[in-house]
Design a protein around this ligand. Structure first.
Ligand SMILES: NCCC[C@H](NC(=O)CCC(=O)O)C(=O)O
Ligand SMILES: NC(=O)OP(=O)(O)O
Length: 313
């Protein structure tokens, strides 16, 4: 793998899932792999899991790890040819060039603005780092994708499935703020490409994701119909792609015990952080079918598989 920005960079999904499970089963035994190498994690947005699980993965493989909040550095310019007489002090050309001298792998988190769909869907920030860095670049959630989360989700499903081809339902759920489509886009494209599950997506009218991510999945606008017989229910809010950035308060879409009763005793999944009793009720989140902490644990092993893959390990 040269970079890790989407499912299209994965060697194969089963290969990465197996590698993640291998690192999970052999923790503390892989510290030679990246001995003498440095990982830099650069965050333009908040994080708990991605930051700490990627650091852990780096330490597991023997990397020296440096994490920086981009807000503590100079404001960066991303437009080529910009006349930099406003508030941006440094161009990504220099910043990426400098960081490439300080590390062997560069990981970046950059959320969308949710105002300009064209700009967001060009994924300008992460792609500027790819263009100007001379080391492999890893997405820690870009404007439109969250591939390390999706890989961890594949690992979690692989660990818990009880049939060869489980029914997985990705359902939209309410949220008080407007959120990116990144987690949902990425989950959909990984599930479809993995081809070891049947994916149904449930969302209200007006909240269909871009078809480039969902082609191959069934899309329904009726949550209860979608959840019937599900083996895994993955809840996530996203703002509208078509009426870009628009939100809707639809409390009927909260995932509840009553709705989980329609499923095949499904496991519940969410990437976290989650708004309790808005996205999902306490009863579901606190039940023994909830996999949210397992997913968060698997973030470390997914990141280890990817970092090792980028080093050729
Ligand atoms: N990294 C996982 C999710 C990150 C982000 N969620 C959030 O911003 C939630 C914030 C809040 O609940 O206020 C998202 O949806 O893409
Ligand atoms: N799931 C996830 O990416 O969490 P953080 O935003 O806390 O990193």
């Amino acid at each position: 793998m040269k970079n890790f920005l989407s499912v299209h960079d994965a060697t194969t999904i089963p290969d990465l899932v197996n590698r993640a499970r291998h690192y999970k089963a052999s923790r503390n035994e892989n510290r030679e792999l990246a001995d003498g190498k440095t990982l830099i994690n650069l965050f333009f947005n908040p994080s708990l899991r991605t930051r700490l699980s990627t650091e852990r993965a780096g330490y597991e493989l023997g990397f020296q790890v440096i994490t920086m909040d981009a807000g503590g550095g100079w404001k960066l310019e991303f437009e080529d040819g910009a006349v930099m007489n406003l508030d941006s002090a440094e161009h990504v050309k220099e910043a990426a060039g400098v960081l490439s001298q300080y590390c062997d792998v560069l990981a970046v988190r950059s959320f969308p603005g949710l105002e300009d769909r064209t700009a967001d869907y060009e994924d300008r920030i992460i792609n500027a780092f790819v263009k100007y860095a001379t080391v492999p670049v890893v997405s820690l959630e870009s404007a439109i994708r969250h591939p390390l989360q999706s890989l961890a989700d594949c690992v979690t499903i692989a660990e818990h499935r009880q049939t060869d081809r489980p029914k997985v339902v990705l359902t939209w759920a309410p949220h008080p703020r407007k959120l990116p489509q990144a987690v949902a886009n990425s989950f959909a494209e990984w599930m479809v490409k993995w081809d070891e599950v049947d994916l149904t997506i449930a969302n209200p009218e007006g909240f269909d994701l871009a078809t480039e991510f969902t082609a191959g999945a069934r899309v329904l606008h009726n949550q209860e119909e979608a959840m019937r017989g599900a083996d895994f229910v993955y809840a996530k809010n996203w703002s509208s792609y078509t009426d870009y950035g628009a939100t809707a308060q639809l409390p009927d879409w909260t995932v509840s015990e009553q709705k989980m009763a329609l499923t095949n005793d499904a496991f519940f999944m969410h990437c976290l952080p989650v708004r309790r009793n808005v996205v999902v009720t306490d009863g579901v989140l606190d039940s023994d079918r909830s996999l949210v902490l397992r997913q968060a644990d698997n973030r470390t092993w997914a990141a280890a598989a990817v970092l090792a893959g980028l080093l050729g390990g």
